[in-house]
Design a protein around this ligand. Structure first.
Ligand code: ACM
Ligand code: ZN
Length: 554
């Protein structure tokens, strides 16, 4: 307790402000700044920042009632008592509690946050992005202060100076609605969760063997036929005896063009870029089922009902495959303004190409000596097509084996090795190594004993995520190719959005700090900040998080 103007109020004690990810520079002082308990007035000093006020008000609007709720999906939602004052736009600066401003001397995503008795709270950013990330830092401080003050009491913030900017420009989270579908509203919540962790790139995986999930006007069967599988594998893929559920899945489960516009607008307002992924040449069974002429054998095919890697892939011999892919990419580029388009490229067997007269003919005509080179032919042709439309490609690390051009960005998923090799040969890299950042992997050493829901396997506890060094085995010349970090959460075993959150939280905290903070602290310090700041944030918003690390379970 510190006495302010003769009244005893609870204030976060000096050194007790906990922020994740760790800011580049943070200094607290003994000043105390009191804010009202009913509403906080925010003044946008630059018109470009005005939309942020409403978005932040919506973001901090409390969606759930306090308490502990057992959900029908088997997960527990814990919602804290913390109540924040309402956010309102201030018309004049002198009446404001919080002032937002642009400072062009700062970098695009950089911000300075000051809390002082003279000016109350000021956030300056190089652009709206920087200001928005500063507002995320302030959100954490407000929630901690409100929790410390108690419901309905004025907030007392400590004097503070934070100067902060991200280490990596690409801080990504991948979202898989193909194996199990998630609604636009759920995706919006996912975007909120990303923003909370200062993640700025959503990788939207839109097509796979088990479901095609995006409307393409020229090929209506993709969303009539390609969205639906007749049943789904029960239990783990290795559990042969568990069989299938006999229940059709996926009718109407796709995003319309209107949905895409809505998601892009929502993400953009939260300073998040969306990169779509259209898988090729593998993971294509849903497309082949819709249009069997896309495959080497001509089918018939069936939208996949199980998980893994199918031998049925796009035929690279037939020109009609390229007509299809280019038409799809035309509509994708119309919908998505992103600089990058992800074209997949992973897990593509070549058995069908070996037996296909069209593929053999293509290899002969183009002088291709192996099926991997045939895959490279598709990759290069599609890359050129997208480059001509002003876009760049990202592909999974298998594109290295297919023979990658210097302009493609490699997403390293089979460990960091693909990314290291790519950086050494001069390609840009996103690190998404499964052994550190596959969040469909288990979070404890003994998932059964600890009551974890069914997962794909593996063991990636929070500490493992946090230990990732993106520059391992790289030197000054090659480090510059590491553009960022991403976590992937594949949804084979994740049938509900509650479960999705359980897999991502709190591990997104580690993703956030590895991607944002140039200098990580120790795992112990990180965990104490996650416990003091992110856990209350999850509880404030009513997000589902995995409890294991907070219960000392490894
Ligand atoms: C992948 O996990 N197959 C990219
Ligand atoms: Zn073929």
């Amino acid at each position: 307790m510190i006495a302010v103007s003769g009244t005893a109020v609870s204030v976060l004690s000096l050194g007790a402000v906990n922020i994740v990810p760790m800011p580049a520079e943070m200094k607290e002082n003994r000043a105390v700044v009191q804010l009202p308990s009913d509403k906080l007035k925010v003044y946008a000093a630059d018109p470009a920042l005005e939309p942020l006020v409403d978005v932040w008000a919506e973001f901090l609007g409390k969606p759930y009632r306090p308490g502990t709720e057992k959900l029908s999906t088997g997960f527990t939602r814990i919602v804290s008592e913390t109540v924040l004052p309402k956010i309102r736009e201030a018309r004049d600066m002198s009446a404001a509690d919080i002032r937002l401003d642009i400072d062009r001397s700062l970098a695009e995503e950089e911000y300075v946050l000051t809390i002082s008795p003279e000016e109350k709270v000021v956030i300056s950013g190089g652009t709206a992005k920087g200001v928005w990330w500063g507002m995320q830092t302030l959100s954490q401080i407000l929630v901690q202060s409100a929790a410390s003050a108690g419901d309905g009491k004025p907030l007392s913030l400590p004097g503070l100076y934070v100067r902060d900017k991200p280490h990596f420009s690409y801080r990504g989270a991948h979202f898989d609605p193909c194996r199990h579908f998630f609604t636009v509203d759920e995706l919006k919540t996912f975007i909120d969760i990303m923003a909370l962790h200062k993640l700025n790139t959503l990788h939207w995986h839109l097509t796979d063997d088990q479901g095609w999930r995006i409307e393409i006007e020229k090929y209506p069967l993709l969303t009539k036929v390609g969205t639906v599988r007749k049943e789904t594998k029960v239990g783990h893929i290795n559990d042969k005896e568990a069989g299938y559920d006999g229940i059709p899945y996926g009718k109407g489960c796709y995003y319309t063009k209107k949905d895409v516009r809505e998601v892009l607008e929502y993400a953009s307002a939260r300073q998040i870029t969306v990169i779509p992924e259209i898988e090729m040449p593998g993971h294509a069974v849903a497309a082949l089922t819709s249009y069997p002429w896309l495959g080497c054998t001509g089918g018939p095919y069936e939208v996949w009902t199980t998980w893994g890697v199918s031998e049925d892939v796009f035929c690279i011999g037939k020109e009609t495959t390229f007509d299809f892919l280019e038409d799809v990419l035309d509509e994708i580029c119309e919908m998505f303004p992103s600089e990058y388009i992800h074209i997949g490229g992973d897990e593509c067997p070549s058995v069908r190409w070996k037996d296909c007269p069209d593929c053999r003919k293509r290899m002969q005509e183009e002088g291709l000596e192996s099926e991997r080179q045939l895959q490279g032919y598709l990759l290069h042709r599609i890359e050129k097509y997208l480059n001509d439309k002003g876009r760049k490609i990202i592909g999974w690390d298998e594109i290295l084996e297919a023979g990658v051009t210097p302009t493609a960005t490699v997403m390293s998923w089979r460990g960091p090795e693909g990314g290291i090799a790519a950086a050494k040969q001069g390609n840009d890299v996103i690190m998404a190594p499964n052994i550190y950042f596959y969040l469909d992997y288990y979070q404890t050493a003994d998932p059964k004993a600890n009551g974890e829901p069914l997962g794909i396997g593996g063991y990636v506890p929070l500490e493992k995520c946090y230990s990732f060094d993106p520059y391992d085995r790289l030197n000054e010349n090659t480090k510059k190719h590491i553009k960022g970090i991403q976590a992937n959460t594949w949804s084979e075993y994740i049938a509900s959005f509650d479960h999705y959150q359980h897999m991502d939280l709190p591990r997104f905290s580690a993703l956030s700090e590895v991607a944002w903070s140039e200098d990580k602290t120790s795992y112990e310090d990180f965990l104490s900040r996650v416990t003091a700041s992110m856990k209350p944030m999850y509880e404030y918003f009513g997000y589902i998080y995995a409890p294991y690390v907070f219960e000392g379970i490894k």
